[in-house]
Design a protein around this ligand. Sequence first.
Ligand code: ZN
Length: 88
Amino acid sequence: MDSNEIFVKCECGTEGMMVNHDPEYNQYYFSYWGYGTNPKNRGLWRRIKYAMRVIFHGKIWKDEIILGPREAKELVEFINKTQNASRG
Ligand SMILES: [Zn+2]
């Protein structure tokens, strides 16, 4: 992973969210990884499903959204606001 990406794990430890920043367009790519980053930890059937997903869809995340600078700022402000409110 380079400095332009972060993988945030779900509390349950299974899924996760990858956030990539594209400095050229200043956009953020949020992708939801339904099986985490290490399919070897899963059972055989889940690993087969994972492989099929890569073969047929060419990607291992389930979905992705792209945020521009304005949306990214809104998200940061929302997280800061809610974090500050729940502190203490
Ligand atoms: Zn989870």
